[in-house]
Design a binder for this molecule. Structure first.
Ligand code: NAD
Length: 353
């Protein structure tokens, strides 16, 4: 049994689906179901006895103690976080609460649980913390890509809160010996991505005939990784990562945002041409840049390749085509995450608990 937190969100849900599909070990999935958590992401494993969903907060110590005692997981994988940079700029409080205080509470509950385990289980236990490349700050066009030795220089409230959580994880290993692993991954894309993030926003807006808002000059560079490749990296680190180590995870796909938007438009032009025959590119609209917008992130993923033999299975071309196709094939998912009806349904479902 493993305990996953944030498993109704974008990456967490992909991880849970992947986990269930690729083995027989059960998973307890603890998620608060914020606006970013979506139970429909887990429709295909609803009712599967190997998936136990619990609505709750990683900051709720009593709940954590109960879940750990009841399910006796051999590992915790922590995805739960507030994850959207723009939201962190407008309202940083939730980011501090979940990403910093929540991670602290989870670490403390994990430590107490782990310390009380019998020796053999104690040795096998793992706490894997899922983090981001944004903790390293920003790069110039000529800087080498981020390696695990880069200094932490977070620039947004989001990345600062994730950096703080990474430091707590590190300290719980150094001070208490908790068997931790940390992954710092670049931008993910793929199915189940909430349409506030660049790629799904562009797809959804394009199809709805709306503007495609591009920040500043659109030349901010990010590395992109298909979400299922991130999931396979996490599984690999959980299996074989060296305790206390951090592993950078990336797709070797550095691209400026405007190139991403153009690629999405070109795929849509091919797969779902506009009725008037024009390209979706005509909907692109440059908007005022995000304050403090980091210019470039790039990931040097050689350590995880060298030590653990992990490599992404998708190229950007194959991954982005699958992604665009998935959004075209799943309009009801998009409608659900955009509607208030979904949130009301969740409230009703879990009111009794
Ligand atoms: P997401 O916003 O889609 O999902 C986060 C999930 O966490 C949601 O289901 C939400 O309900 C849940 N959650 C939020 N606060 C919670 C709390 N207090 N207790 C329990 N559950 C809570 O995020 P994501 O994009 O899937 O990211 C998952 C993790 O991966 C985050 O830690 C993020 O920092 C990290 N990460 C994301 C990316 C990316 O490109 N999306 C890249 C690298 C790392």
């Amino acid at each position: 049994m493993i305990l996953v937190t944030g498993g109704a969100g974008f990456i967490g849900a992909n991880f849970v689906l992947d986990w269930i599909a690729n083995g027989d070990e059960p998973v307890v999935n603890l998620d608060k179901l914020t606006y970013a958590g979506n139970l429909h992401n887990l429709d295909s494993v609803q009712g599967n006895p190997r998936h136990i969903f619990v609505q709750g907060d990683i900051g709720d110590t009593a709940l954590l103690e109960r879940l750990l005692a009841e399910h006796q997981p051999r590992a915790i994988v922590n995805f739960a976080a507030e994850s959207h940079v723009d939201r962190s700029i407008h309202g940083p409080e939730d980011f501090i609460q979940t990403n910093v205080v929540g991670t602290f509470r989870l670490l403390e509950a994990a430590r107490q649980y782990w310390q009380a385990l019998p020796a053999i289980k104690k040795e096998a236990f793992r706490f894997l913390h899922v983090s981001t490349d944004e903790v390293y700050g920003t790069l110039s066009a000529t800087d080498p890509a981020f390696s695990e030795d880069n200094r932490y220089e977070p620039n947004s409230p989001y990345s600062a809160s994730k950096a703080a959580s990474d430091h707590l994880v590190r300290a719980w290993h150094h001070t208490y010996g908790l068997p931790v692993l940390t992954t710092n991954c670049s931008n993910n894309y793929g199915p189940l991505h909430f349409p506030e993030k660049l790629i799904p926003l562009m797809i959804v807006n394009a199809l709805a005939g709306k503007n495609l808002p591009v920040y500043g000059d659109g030349m901010q560079v990010r590395d992109w990784l298909y979400v299922r490749d991130h999931c396979s990296a996490i599984r690999r680190v959980l299996e074989a990562g060296r305790l206390g180590e951090t592993y950078n995870v990336g797709g070797w796909n550095e691209k400026p945002n405007i190139e991403i938007v153009n690629t999405v438009c070109a795929l849509l032009d091919e797969l779902r041409p506009r009725a008037d025959g024009q390209s979706y590119k005509t909907q692109i609209a440059y908007v005022t840049d995000r304050p403090g917008h980091d210019r470039r992130y790039a990931i040097d993923a050689r350590k995880i390749e060298r030590e653990l033999g992990w490599k992404p299975a998708e190229t950007f071309d194959t991954g982005i085509r699958k992604t665009v196709q998935w959004y075209l094939d799943n309009p009801e998912w998009v409608a659900q995450v955009q509607s208030g009806a979904y949130r009301e349904w969740v409230q009703k479902q879990y009111q009794a608990d």
